[in-house]
Design a protein. Structure first.
Length: 179
């Protein structure tokens, strides 16, 4: 196959898979709304990461070497691998945001139910079932960052490799926690 035929073949597969991912995300919104269920935030974060990963591959197609492009054109698995990583990175970001490892005005805030002292098993159930973005703006911020985490394969590894995880500028010039 020629380079342009490979690009066309990969693009068609990306369109199909991106459409399927979007249908799943929109379906999650629709079902929870229609059935009055708790919104599956983590699943939608994963879906946004998938979509970001698909967009990333599409953006890179014209810059890919012939060998990599040929591999993508011959394998559905290779095409879906990057978006799956994107979904996983979106979930890692979600956990980092809930845990306030990453925080600041650009990032969402969450309602997290209080734990008993000492914690009891019901606290974990409440945490998993009731933790959610505080406001609609926080939902939008979460989905934006989940998409970005899926799009930029290096974002989450870079955040995790920062000195002490100080991504919110909470430390001083020596890396010590601020007051």
């Amino acid at each position: 196959m020629t380079r342009s035929e490979n690009i066309l073949r990969v693009t068609k597969r990306l369109i199909l898979m991106t459409s399927a991912a979007l249908v799943l995300v929109v379906g999650a919104f629709g079902l929870t709304y229609l059935l009055h269920l708790k919104f599956p935030v983590s699943w939608v974060c994963f879906g946004c990461g998938l979509v970001g990963g698909f967009i990333s591959i599409q953006q890179r197609l014209k810059r890919m070497g012939n060998e990599e492009l040929n591999l993508l054109s011959q394998s559905w698995f290779q095409i879906i691998l990057v978006p799956i990583y994107g979904g996983v990175f979106a979930l890692i970001l979600y956990v980092a945001l809930i845990g306030q490892i990453i925080s600041g005005a650009m990032f969402p805030e969450f309602y997290v139910p209080a734990f008993h002292q000492p914690p009891v098993p019901a606290d974990i159930e409440a945490f998993l079932g009731q933790t959610s973005p505080k406001t609609g703006v926080d939902v939008a911020k979460l989905f934006f960052w989940a998409l970005v985490a899926g799009f930029s394969e290096r974002l989450i590894p870079q955040i995790l490799s920062k000195d002490g995880g100080d991504t919110a500028g909470k430390g001083d010039k020596d890396g010590k926690p601020g007051a």
